[in-house]
Design a protein around this ligand. Structure first.
Ligand SMILES: Cc1cc2nc3c(=O)[nH]c(=O)nc-3n(C[C@H](O)[C@H](O)[C@H](O)COP(=O)(O)OP(=O)(O)OC[C@H]3O[C@@H](n4cnc5c(N)ncnc54)[C@H](O)[C@@H]3O)c2cc1C
Length: 416
């Protein structure tokens, strides 16, 4: 049996892979996305993502106008003003203006990951295939590449794009010794629906602002909100408020049609408890653990944590890639977290994956429509992608040091 052929094969249907597929489809380039999971139900999928101008520009370039409009219309509303409070609920002047990086002042919005995925999947029938776990590739003498999947199928392509996230199996084969770094930072986050917050008398200072709790001693807490406009979904009836794939998952976590306030905090390893213990705790027990740690804080802050929905609370180890690796261009390339996974500080990871998809789509259009040799196009993409991607990794690590380590240095933040 002959192996099916596609011009550009994309492994992974995250924001980066799907945005690339949209950009190629828009330009009439033959492509297919091979995704492992039929439903995206990892913990962060229940949250909004901060989307910055570089991500928005890439979406505008890659999406057809009606999908870009749907993206703009369904953006969530985030608070525009920032407030800094100490642990006693007293206002603190912001002394950090000067240390902010230029991009922090750029336009940014709050996008539901669930809605973004629905938009990015629209119109990809016949291009997006789930249940396809990539296992390995082989390059052929004619410079094409064959991707093999765990169901025994395979596809041959002119270019294989590994957009399969931080644990990328494509990267493991292309750059076998490039591992990830455990930064030693441990994160807890949770959500409360805005109507529940009102019922529990949560202070508007915690629901109407981007509020940073900056205690005199110990780690801070970041609080913000994501407000949903249900009428926006009604105007774009090809987007559902909810992802039907989440229907059987109990709790509020994957509810996509209710406005919410959410918080996150980060500690050094072992500060809240050992990894082994924290990894086994459910949301309710994690809330109790955090409350024990910050029990001396003002009751108005504790109330927000106490009434958060336990299904939305989880423990995460913060990891990063090591930036800097350069390789020789061939018929396999990488995009997004697959090559430059970064900490969530500064909210650059998803934006950088989208930015990559814009760069690569543009180069592949030059290769397919204007006669630029594929090798040169992919090489130009890789050089630009590494420049901005590795810079984003470094910048997210230094933001993490400033944020989490503001009052006490962190044990394991690597010097890069
Ligand atoms: C707590 C947290 C908060 C964050 N907040 C923000 C934020 O506010 N703004 C921002 O820009 N970024 C944020 N990020 C980063 C952002 O989530 C990632 O950078 C982004 O999801 C990367 O997109 P991607 O498409 O490269 O990879 P992913 O989103 O990881 O997608 C990879 C896809 O590949 C699939 N896959 C994996 N292995 C295989 C395989 N073997 N075969 C086939 N498919 C496979 C996966 O199922 C997945 O669908 C945050 C991250 C975290 C952890």
């Amino acid at each position: 049996m002959t192996t099916p052929f596609v011009d550009i094969a994309i492994i992974g249907g995250g924001p980066g892979g799907l945005a690339l597929a949209q950009g190629l489809k828009k330009n009439g380039i033959d492509t297919a996305v091979f995704e492992r999971d039929p439903v995206r139900a990892d913990y962060v999928q229940g949250f909004r993502m901060r989307i910055r101008q570089r991500g928005i520009d890439a979406l505008q370039a890659n999406l057809p106008p009606h999908l870009y409009q749907a993206f703009l219309d369904t953006l969530g509303l985030a608070p525009t003003e920032t407030l800094i409070l100490d642990e006693g609920f007293n206002r603190v002047e912001d002394a950090g203006q000067a240390t902010r990086e230029p991009e922090d002042t750029h336009i940014e919005k709050s996008v539901s990951r669930i809605t973004l995925r629905q938009i990015l999947l629209s119109g990809l029938d016949g291009i997006f295939q789930s249940g396809k776990r990539f296992e390995r590739y082989e390059t052929l003498r004619d410079d094409t590449v064959v991707a093999h999947f765990s169901d025994g199928t395979a596809v041959r392509a002119n270019l294989l794009v590994g957009a399969d996230g931080a644990g990328s199996a494509v990267r493991r084969q292309l750059l076998p010794d490039l591992g990830s770094i455990d930064t030693g930072v441990r994160r807890l986050a949770g959500k409360i629906a805005l109507d529940a917050a009102a019922r529990h008398g949560i202070s508007p200072l915690l629901t109407e602002f981007n509020t940073n709790i900056r205690p005199r001693d110990g780690r801070g807490l970041m609080i913000t909100s994501h407000r949903v406009d249900p009428s926006a979904y009604a105007r774009h009836d090809f987007i559902d408020g909810e992802d039907p794939g989440h229907a059987d998952i109990p709790g509020f976590h994957f509810n996509n049609s209710t406005s919410y306030t959410w918080w996150n905090t980060a500690y050094d390893t072992d500060e809240l408890g050992s990894d082994g213990v924290l990894e086994r705790l459910d949301g309710a027990a994690l809330i109790e653990t955090l409350l024990r740690r910050i029990g001396h804080w003002d009751e108005r802050i504790l109330r927000l944590i106490r009434h958060s929905d336990p299904s939305t609370v989880a423990f995460l180890k913060v990891k990063s890639s090591t930036p800097g690796r350069v390789w020789q261009t061939g018929p396999v390339t990488l995009l997004g977290d697959a090559i430059h996974a970064m900490t969530y500080f500064r909210a650059l990871g998803g934006n950088t994956a989208l930015y990559d998809s814009g760069l690569l789509a543009r180069e592949l259009v030059a290769a397919r429509r204007r006669g630029k040799p594929q090798r040169a196009a992919v090489n130009d993409y890789e050089n630009a992608m590494r420049d901005h991607g590795y810079e984003a990794v470094r910048s997210s690590l230094s933001a993490m040091q400033r944020n989490v380590g503001a009052n006490r240095p962190l044990k394991a933040v690597p010097a890069l």
